[in-house]
Write a protein that binds this ligand. Structure first.
Ligand code: ADP
Ligand code: MG
Length: 271
């Protein structure tokens, strides 16, 4: 297991806090007064049926989605609201951009820019944000591609890469701005089974070799068991049950959790 042990105890303030967060689309409530927190360096697995709100949670943190109620706090700073001229107002684009800097996200469908090489995909954000010069960004991109085992593919366009290679480029790209928190949304779901392991190996290495906080949405329960310090089981925008992976996977308390895990196993996933 990992070299990094998630800090515990009351002395350690959370890096992420959801306080009574509500997300509605018209009459549909997607997140229902959701409250939870994540400690710095913690590795969290988010599991639950399709539509339970897992992607929405990651998209809210990535500032791709707003909330309709409650507060999201990152590193002690409210993400979705700010103080301006003495009053509490919805966050401005400038505030959201600042908050976004702590996060990197990897999506199910890679979302690489097809007209850019692997290297250009990884080097883009540090140049666009003015963080690095072109030469520095190129050097960092090469290091990151090496880290994900793709140094030899730097000059390839995505169309020439396998799904597993594309996803590893996407991971390198998510790391380019040196995020404190990495968000991973079903990153192996679109891959052929034989390509899943190379991607999960990269995630295992990041887990063991960095102190990033990581939130992983997955149906790979076997992997979640090794990866996670804590598992949250969601249903209809609420946490039904949470605990260490041994407890959630081996002796879940709630009937809903049990029946979900039975379905996942029936669908051919290992636990
Ligand atoms: P999960 O990732 O757990 O499958 P999501 O967070 O993607 O769940 O979605 C939760 C719910 O929100 C789903 O019922 C989905 O249909 C709904 N939803 C997501 N985005 C929108 C949208 N733009 N408009 C309306 N409903 C949406
Ligand atoms: Mg989803």
């Amino acid at each position: 297991m990992g070299l990094h042990v998630a800090p515990t105890g009351p002395e350690c303030p959370p890096i992420i806090e959801f306080r009574n967060v509500e997300k509605r689309y018209g009459p549909i409530t997607v997140l229902d007064q959701l409250t939870f927190s994540v400690k710095p360096g913690e590795h969290l697995a988010l599991i639950g049926p399709s539509g339970s709100g897992k992607t929405t949670i990651l998209r809210i943190l990535m500032t791709l989605e707003s909330v309709t109620g409650g507060e999201v706090i990152v590193n002690g700073v409210t993400l979705n609201r700010e103080h301006k001229n003495g009053s509490d107002v919805p966050a401005s684009e400038a505030h959201l951009r600042k908050m976004r800097a702590d996060f990197g996200m990897v999506f199910q469908h890679f979302n690489l820019f097809p007209h850019m090489t692997a290297l250009q995909n990884v080097a883009l954000a540090p140049v666009l944000t003015g963080l690095l010069s072109k030469a520095e960004a190129k050097e960092r991109a090469l290091q990151l591609l090496e880290k994900v085992g793709l140094a030899d593919k730097a000059e390839q366009y995505p169309s020439r890469l396998s799904g597993g290679q594309k996803q590893r480029v996407a991971i390198a790209r998510a790391l380019a701005l040196q995020p404190k928190i990495l968000l991973l949304d079903e990153i192996t779901s679109a891959l052929d089974p034989e390509l899943v392991e190379e991607v999960l190996n990269v995630i295992s290495n990041l887990r063991d070799e960095t102190d990033m906080t990581m939130l992983l949405v997955t149906h790979e329960m076997g992997f979640a068991k090794d990866f996670a310090d804590r598992v949250l089981f969601f249903e209809r925008g609420k946490i039904v049950e949470e605990g260490p992976p041994t407890e959630i996977f081996q002796s879940p308390h709630h009937e809903r959790t049990k029946s979900f895990l039975r379905k996942v196993i029936a669908a051919g996933h290992r636990i």
